[in-house]
Design a protein around this ligand. Structure first.
Ligand SMILES: [Zn+2]
Ligand SMILES: [Zn+2]
Length: 282
């Protein structure tokens, strides 16, 4: 049995259910050899995870998953080995965070104009101290009896084109890649399968992102079918990108996904991490 790892995990710093320290302990208890913390648009969990890793003598990779904007929606860029104290990185993340907060306020204002009385305080209570986003607003609308389900909250009010939708400040994919690179990190295109593009189109996107400094491709991923995995592996080889892998673990918030195992069959060997370190001269 080779040594296994998980390079894509969320904590309470974004939308995962485990604290950063709990995630590290769970990775160790699950028999993994390393874990990366990759919260959405924040490095707030990184310090705690690194400290717990140090305490347990368990390898923790500081990371992030940045949501970048593309015309058809969003593209996620993972960053590994980042300096989580980098000022340009923190400044950009603060700007994303501020826009997220004003966005929530503006969504609430729109809901008021639609005669749904919900308050920011109620929203914060639902989010329980982590990042606040539309899933929490949807949950609040369900709790207050305005809609029967979160899905309907999105379909009727919150999604793009609906009356309570508000645009959000986003980075472009190349801005996200440059930010990660400037923070000493390695930029990786996350779950290419979610782009809903053909292999040829993904190869084209990868070619464009390489110019901005892309170094890896998340080939091994919970939702990738075997033929997608093979196709992305070929693209990675052709472009000399390091293949990476992760489950997109969110704890109880995505109950079907096990740490290091995805839906059961994912295996991410430590060799991938060794190759990443070699590429980054670590
Ligand atoms: Zn993602
Ligand atoms: Zn993720």
């Amino acid at each position: 049995m080779p040594d296994l790892i998980d390079l894509h995990c969320h904590t309470t710093a974004s939308d995962g259910s485990l604290t950063p320290a709990e995630l590290v302990r769970k990775a160790r208890e699950s028999g993994l050899k390393a874990v990366a913390v990759t919260d959405h648009d924040t490095v707030e969990g990184v310090g705690e995870a690194l400290a717990e890793g140090e305490r347990l003598n368990f390898e923790v990779i500081p990371g992030i998953e940045i949501s970048a904007e593309i015309p058809s929606g969003s593209m996620h860029i993972l960053g590994y080995f980042i300096d989580h104290t980098s000022s340009p990185l923190l400044a950009a993340l603060r700007k994303l965070q501020d826009s997220r907060e004003t966005r929530n306020q503006r969504i609430i204002e729109k809901l008021h104009s639609l005669h749904m009385e919900v308050s920011y305080e109620e929203l914060l209570r639902i989010a329980g101290g982590g990042q606040v986003g539309r899933p929490h607003i949807a949950e609040l609308l369900v709790q207050k009896g305005f809609v029967p389900s979160s899905q309907e909250a999105f379909d009727i009010y919150l999604k793009k084109g609906r009356p309570a939708y508000v645009e959000k400040f986003r980075l472009t994919p190349s801005e996200a890649i440059k930010l990660i690179t400037r923070a000493g990190g390695m930029a990786v295109l996350a779950h290419p399968g979610s782009l809903n593009k053909s292999l040829e189109e993904v190869a084209k996107v990868v070619g464009e992102l390489e110019a901005a400094g892309l170094k890896g491709l998340e080939v091994f991923y919970t939702e990738h079918a075997p033929e997608q995995t093979r196709g992305y592996q070929r693209i990675a080889n052709k472009h000399h990108l390091i293949p990476t892998g992760g489950t997109d673990y969110h704890g109880d918030y995505k109950p079907g996904i096990k740490l290091g195992r995805g839906r059961g069959s994912l295996r991410i060997p430590y060799e991938l991490l060794a190759d990443m370190k070699k590429k980054m001269g670590r």
